[in-house]
Design a protein around this ligand. Sequence first.
Ligand code: ADP
Ligand code: MG
Length: 664
Amino acid sequence: MSILSVKNIKKSYSINEKEEEKVLDGINLDVHDGEFLALLGPSGCGKSTLLNIISGLDTDYEGEVLYKGMSLKFLNDHELTDFRKNNIGFVFQNFNLISHMSVLENVMIPMYLNGKSHSENKTKALELLDSVDLKKYADKNVKNLSGGQKQRVAIARALTNNPELIIADEPTGSLDSKSQNRILEILEGLTQQGKTVIVVTHNEEITERVDTVVKLRDGKIVEVEQKSDRSFTEPKIPKKIRKNRFNFISMLKIAFSNFMQRKWRNVMISIATSIGLTGILLSLGLGNGIVKIIEQDMEGGKIPSQIQISLNNQQSSGIINKNDLTYIKNKVGQEKIKYFETPFGMRMIEVEVEDVGNADYTDTTPNYSQVVSLYDNTSIKVPSNTKDSILAGKEYQDPKEEGITLTESFLKDFNKMNKKNLTAESIIGKKLKGVIVESTSEGEKTGTFSTKIIRIVKDETEEENSYMAPVEMNQIITRNKFEKNIPYFILELKEPSENKQVMEQINSNKKYVAISQTAVVDIIINFIKIIQGLLIFMSTQAVIVSIVMIGIVMYINVIERTREIGVMKAIGYRNRDINMIFTSESAFITLLSLLLATLFASFIGFGINEIVAMKAKEISSVFMLDIVAVGGTVILAIVMSLFSASVPIMKVGKLDPATSLRYE
Ligand code: ADP
Ligand code: MG
C-alpha cells in the first residue's frame, strides 16, 4: 500500500458563467512511504493545485485522494485540519512566515495547538532550528533574514509536529544556488529519516537526487521516471489524530503580537473609543456624586423631611381647626406619626421698640410681620433652635420662654425706617409693643401685646416669620379674645421614606394641600437622573460609532492578514482558534480604551472634586465612581469587543486556505 494514492483527480476553475478552465485532467499517482518525489512542469500546469488537493487544503475536486488507504473525502473540515496538522508539513516558495514574529515564534506557531507545555515546545523548536543551523537566530525577527534562511525557518516549522509527509512547493524557486543546495540537503536528510517528501521544482540538481520524477503538462501526467531502485516498505499505521488544544497564553501572545504590529492604528482607535466611554463614566460619576450629596444632606437633617399641611384656598374658605386635625391624624395613622404640631399665628400691624422707634405694617405685609408659634416639642429643628442660624440671643429650649424672635430683615428694615444702625446684639432685651389684627367672620379685630426681644435669626429663606413660644402666645391670643388661627399643620413621619405616599393620601382630599421639601428634592434627583440618562445616551452613541469603527478595522485586519490566516489554517489552526485571536485583539483595543477612559474620567472627575472642594468646603465630592458604574462600563466594553470581533469572524470562516495562500 502506498502512503498516498491519487485516483483520477479532475479539477476545473470557472472563468465566467459559461466557460471553465480544466486545470487537472485525470491524475493518477502513487507515492510510497519514504519516497523522495519531484513534480516537474511548466508554470501554470497545475502543480500547486495538485499539492493543495493532496494535502486537503482544497476539497473541491473530482476523484479521490487516499492517505494510507483512507479517503480524504470522508473527513469534515475540522478533521481535515487536524489531519494536516498531524501528518503534513508545508514548505512554500515564498516562505509564508509571519513577518512580525521572531524566528522561534514562527517555528512554534503550530506547536501552540499541541497542548504541551511551553518549555517542552521551546526545547523542541530550538532543536529543530539547530538541525537547520539557525539556532543562534532564534530571537531575530524573520524580516531580517536572507531568503535561504527564511526557507530553513519554514522547513523547521513544517517539522514541528513530526509529520510523515513533507510537501514543498518550489522551495528553492527564489533562492541562490548555495541556499538551494542547503535546502536540498535538508530535504534529502528528511527522506533518509524515513519521511516522504514531495517537492515541486525546476531545479535540475534536485531531479538528479530524487527517487522519482513526475512530469506534468496541461493537467496530465506525461512521464514518470524512476531514478533509484530503492524498495519501499508498507507505511506505518496512521497516527492517531490528536485533538486541537489551543494554549490560551500562546493565543494571547499571538493576539498581542498582532496588536503591536499595528500599534499606532490601534492606539488611535482606542483613544477615539475612550471618548465615548469617558462620557459614560463621567455622567455616571457626577450624577451619582451629586445625588449622594443631596441624600446625605437629607439624612443629616439639613433638608427637613416634615410635611406641611394647609387648606386648599381654591377649594375651601374658612380656617383649619380641630376637626381637620383629627381627620388627618386618622387618615395618616397615629402609629406612623413622629410628631404632629399645630402652630398658630397672629399678624402685627404696628411695632414699637422701646427707646428706638416704631414701624407700621398696615399697608405692607412682610413675612416677619406674621408671628408664628414655636413648637411644644423643642427638639424639632427650626431656625430658633439651630445654632448657626441665630445671630443674637440664646437657642429656643423652653416652650414657656417669654419674648419674641425677630429676623435679620426685620432689623434691617427697622433700622432703615428709624434711621438707626442697631446691631442684632444691641437690640436683645429691648421691650417691644405691638398692635395685632385678626380677620374673623365678624370682621377685623384689633388687639395689643407687649414682650421683649430675645433672639435675632438669619434670613435663611427670606420667608422667615417672627416667632414666639406657644405658652406666651396663647396667653396673648386669649387676652385679646382672638380666635386661635392655625395657618398650617406640621407633621413628621417616623419613616421619612413614606413621605411621598402619605402626601398623596392627604392630597387626595382636595380640601388640603400637603407639601414637603423632600418632594422637591425628589424632583431634583429625578431631574439629575434624567440629565444623566441623556448624557449616557449621547455617550453611548459615540460608543456605538466606535464599535462600528473597531469592527471595520478588524475587518481590514483580516483582509491584510489573509495570507497569514491561510498559513495558519494550512498548518492546523481551526476557524475557532483564529477567531479567538481576532476576538482577543479587539478585546485588547477595547481594554486599552477602557483603561484610557478610566484615566481620563478620573482625571477630570477628581479634578472637579478638587475645584469644588476649594470653593465649597462642606461639599464632599461631586464625582464618585462606584462598582456598579465601573462594572457596567466593563460589561459594555466586553459586549463591544464581541460585537466588533463578530465582523471579522464571519470573514475568517469564509476564507478557504487554498485561495488565501494565493492571496497577494
Ligand atoms: P502551477 O503551480 O503549476 O504554476 P497552479 O496550480 O498554481 O499552477 O495553477 C494552475 C492553473 O489554475 C493556472 O492557469 C491558474 O491560473 C489557475 N488557477 C489557480 N487558482 C485559481 C483560482 N483560484 N481561480 C481560477 N483559476 C485558478
Ligand atoms: Mg505553483
